[in-house]
Design a protein around this ligand. Structure first.
Ligand code: UD1
Length: 428
């Protein structure tokens, strides 16, 4: 099993190119199913969640050709199976997008209940509510979600909770339904807008993505398209935190600064210098970092997927910082690992209190989920001595060539295979 070995204490200096957004790519790739012709998807991140998506498409009969390490031609017209079995679905939360896409195209889908990072209860009731609203019969039997419909018809859908997955799935199911679908109380993340833009490029009629209400006028056909995935705001934010934690000077390239606003604002508030350019941000530090309070919220609030990385940084800031997790039940499992590195963090339910300690010490630690792994990398880069991070398969679900990008910035990080260690299968 692979682990990262980091010798901390080096300032990160240089430029880093951000890859395509994981959470957009894992919705756009299944969305190709809806097309009646082949599509080319570019700026696809080279991460294990994407590999799983592509494998599922291949297993269903789609023709998948790699044009470059970040672009794929996918022909969905050869699909002959409408089922995503347990072995594939359990590895990745986003396998639920195959439900909406298969239903939207073939009016039937059979997908195992999705896996994903262990962040607490992760129900899909709002996804099913949306599928039912457009006319699908939904049953769950032996861990498989079964959807079928004679016809799909537009409807009013009010989501009881703001959910990224349910918003995207409702769009996928409604895009080829007859008539008008209005989805209210939707999520507004950049990846929602990206999926809508991709579907519209294929000939869909979707308005309002990025606002609270999305209106979809169903179309009977979707043609092929070439589309480039947006840059990953969370990967960018992770490198911004890593630069700040090491007192570095990093130009984070291929980003949309508008998508980073809530992260940039928080970093500036604690004393990090962030300069914005058209498609890049430069991160430097010219004084001590100071405490802050953070509450994670759906977009445009502070993203929950940046919470662990900010926590790692706040361990190094002067004063007492408070983090309230507003999305997931259990997102502080990494605190115990940071404590092993000398952090002073106490957690009570969905609130963490961090007393700045000035410096951290290297230690053996374990990544318990994707963003927790990123937080431990940031802590390891800033810490004195050697940090060994186990279970990095979590990190590889969502970060493309993390160690290579950090090495290019001057970090002392290597990925090592540890023979004899128990081989765990990725939950992702
Ligand atoms: C997506 C992201 C994940 C991110 C999260 C919030 C992907 C593949 N994953 O996850 O990285 O942390 O958005 O930004 O894009 N909920 C319900 N019922 C539902 C669906 C959700 O109660 O049917 C609740 C969840 O328990 C959670 C909240 O709604 O408390 C938000 O979840 P949601 O936005 O759906 O997260 P995901 O789409 O799973």
């Amino acid at each position: 099993m692979d682990k990262y070995i980091i010798r901390g204490g080096r300032r990160l200096i240089g430029e880093v190119e951000i890859s395509g957004a994981k959470n957009a790519a894992v919705a756009i790739l299944p969305a190709v199913i809806l097309a009646d012709e082949p599509c080319v998807i570019e700026n696809v991140p080279d991460i294990s969640d994407v590999s799983i998506c592509l494998r599922i498409l291949d297993e269903m009969g789609a023709k998948v050709d790699m044009l470059s390490p970040t672009s794929y031609r996918i022909d969905p017209t050869t699909i002959h199976s409408f089922c995503v079995p347990y072995e594939s679905a359990r590895r990745m939360r986003a396998s639920y997008y195959f439900l909406g896409a298969l239903l939207g195209k073939y009016k039937q889908a059979r997908v195992s209940m999705p896996g994903g990072c262990p962040l607490g209860d992760r129900p899909i009731d709002q996804h099913l509510k949306a599928f039912s609203a457009v006319g699908a019969r939904c049953t769950i039997d032996h861990g498989m979600v079964d959807l079928s419909a004679d016809r799909l018809t537009g409807n009013q859908i009010y989501l009881d909770v703001v959910s990224v997955g349910a918003t995207m799935n409702a769009m996928l199911a409604a895009v080829r339904a007859e008539g008008l679908t209005v989805i209210e109380n939707v999520a507004k993340e950049p990846h929602i807008v990206d999926l809508a833009n991709f579907l519209n490029t294929m000939g869909a009629d979707i308005m309002g993505a990025g606002t609270d209400v999305i209106k979809i006028r169903g179309v009977s056909k979707l043609h092929g398209a070439t589309y480039s995935v947006i840059p990953d705001q969370i990967e960018a934010g992770t490198f911004m935190c890593a630069a700040a934690a090491t007192g570095g000077d990093v130009l984070v390239k291929n980003v949309i600064p508008k998508h980073l606003e809530s992260i940039t604002n928080k970093l500036q508030k604690i004393g990090v210098v962030v300069e914005e350019f058209d498609d890049a941000v430069r991160v430097t530090v010219d004084g001590p970092l100071v405490k802050t309070s953070i509450k994670t919220m759906p977009h445009p609030g502070f993203p929950t997927d940046m919470q662990p990385q900010m926590a790692a940084l706040l361990c190094l800031a002067e004063g007492t910082s408070i983090i309230k997790e507003g999305v997931w039940e259990q997102r502080f499992r990494y605190a115990e690992e940071l404590r092993r590195m000398g952090a002073d963090i106490s957690v009570d339910g969905k609130v963490a209190v961090i007393e700045g300690v000035g410096s951290l010490m290297g230690a053996p630690v374990k990544a318990c989920d994707l963003r927790a792994g990123a937080a431990l990398i940031i802590a390891g880069l800033a810490a004195k001595g050697i940090t060994e991070i186990e279970d990095i398969f979590h990190v590889e679900r969502g970060y493309s060539n993390m160690e290579g990008k950090l090495q290019a910035l001057g970090a002392d990080i290597v990925k090592k295979n540890v023979p004899g260690a128990s081989v765990k299968k990725a939950l992702a």
